[in-house]
Design a protein around this ligand. Structure first.
Ligand code: FRU
Length: 434
């Protein structure tokens, strides 16, 4: 029995495989989450876009597959924008069309096999049905690893960030109509380059406590992540409509220091709010997690803001959209203190232990005694992280939803996401301070 492992507030697919969030978009009061799925099984393959919607980012309804694989084309990751001014000409009537840019991964049956290129699909019924454009692919550079387009509106037009995954580069393009794209610039390699680069995002945020705004470039890494396996880094800098320039000395920071947060990207069309969702798993073991009737969960949706850190460098803070019906606890640890929070099942079994030590500014999540840890040797059982520089006490929020645990420290300056597979629900919480 694994039904107790299915989260209630983190999105999980009904009965299929899932990886990256795709096409996050807010339209007419509805949040749309598309996602990499295999409509025919619980293992990676037949890649297509699944679809779910939510009025509040907490209650999700899964719909029919939005973009289905074909013999010649797998539908890899990408994004959706609301084309408010109908720049694409694909709208009907007064309602703006939704336009998806996604990666066509061409299969051996295709004349383009061996390449990945960017294709366009659009919807005029609020995201429920999609048509592929007859001129697809709309952007090709004869590359085998050119993927994951994330498109956003900029005063200069539409801007796309995508990756040359193996080269560890983000490539930037510009378009007036979402159909014709011109190359702007190339960023990287920089920061962590151990793993291939995937699923970029680029957005602007005000810097709290500072007089200006800054741009954040998010890049996921297939391996070399902070807890082993895959992970996500970000750079802070400037974007002038052509080139992203990191701040002097910026070599990247981790978006989440846990093992299970990947391919995080933000919603289109949420106004001044910037909301991200990541995939709460890790390529090192995602295919082996012990939930045989579905695979993987998304993270909670997180609003992100930029704030100047103690060293003067802007840092992302993440705040979850938080339901009140999940097990959660706030710890405040004084300077030089140590608190241990232990979560167990009713009978006291399956301990999951979080230790926050402010004497050496370390945070440790020990899942070694918590249920199934043997399904993959790559599943790390003790996760350690250093707290960023701070002055004084440390606040920590812990949220538990069946098989996903999220930890937010220092008002979301550090987050740690980890999966756990206890044999019974973790519903008892004990805190000891010393
Ligand atoms: C990232 C990724 C993407 C690709 C997709 C395929 O997890 O490898 O680069 O588009 O998954 O499922």
């Amino acid at each position: 029995m694994t039904s107790h492992l299915r989260p209630t507030r983190h999105f999980t697919p009904r009965s299929t495989w899932m990886n990256d969030p795709n096409g996050l978009v807010f339209l007419d009061g509805v949040y749309h989450l598309f996602f990499q799925t295999n409509p025919e099984g619980v293992d990676w393959g037949n890649m297509s876009w699944g679809h779910a919607t939510s009025p509040d980012l907490l209650t999700w309804t899964e719909h029919d597959v939005a973009l289905r694989f074909s013999e010649q084309e797998a539908v890899f990751s990408g994004s959706v924008v609301v084309d408010h001014d109908n720049t694409s000409g694909l709208g009907e009537g007064d309602a703006p069309p939704l336009v998806a840019l996604y990666t066509s991964h061409y299969e051996p049956g295709s004349p383009r096999t061996g390449t990945q290129a960017q294709s366009l699909a659009w919807s005029t019924d609020g995201g429920m049905t999609w048509r592929r454009h007859p001129d697809n692919p709309v952007l090709c550079r004869q590359s085998a690893d050119f993927r994951d387009p994330k498109v956003f509106r900029h005063p200069t037009g539409w801007v796309m960030v995508a990756v040359e995954a193996v080269h560890r580069q983000v490539v930037l393009y510009r378009s007036d109509d979402l159909l014709d794209w011109e190359h702007l610039s190339t960023f990287g390699p920089l920061g962590s380059t151990e793993g291939i680069w995937e699923c970029p995002d680029l957005f602007e945020l005000p810097v709290e406590g500072g007089p200006r705004t800054a741009w954040v470039l998010v890049v996921s890494l297939g391996s070399g992540g902070p807890a082993g396996g895959s992970g996500t880094q970000y750079f802070v800098g400037d974007f002038d409509g052509r080139t992203f320039t990191p701040l002097p000395g910026d070599t990247g920071q981790w978006l989440d220091v846990g093992p299970d947060h990947y391919a995080a990207v933000s919603f289109d069309n949420t106004g001044d709010r910037r909301v991200m969702i990541g995939w709460a798993s890790n390529w090192a073991y995602a295919g082996r997690t012990p939930t045989p009737t579905w695979r993987s969960s998304m993270s909670l949706a997180r609003e992100v803001t930029l704030r100047s850190a103690a060293d003067g460098r802007p840092r992302l803070h993440q705040h979850p959209v938080l339901p009140d019906d999940l097990l959660q606890h706030r710890l405040v640890v004084p300077p030089g203190g140590r608190s241990t929070l232990t979560l167990t099942a009713d009978e006291g079994g399956d301990p999951l232990v979080l230790t926050v030590d402010t004497a050496d500014d370390r945070l440790t999540l020990d899942r070694s005694g918590c249920g199934d840890v043997t399904f993959s040797p790559a599943f790390p059982t003790v996760i350690e992280a250093s707290l960023p520089e701070h002055g004084g006490e440390v606040d920590v929020l812990v949220v538990v939803d069946a098989s996903v645990v999220e930890v937010y420290a220092l008002d979301g300056a550090l987050t740690l996401t980890a999966q756990v597979f206890p044999t019974a629900p973790l519903n008892t919480l004990r805190v000891e301070a010393s």
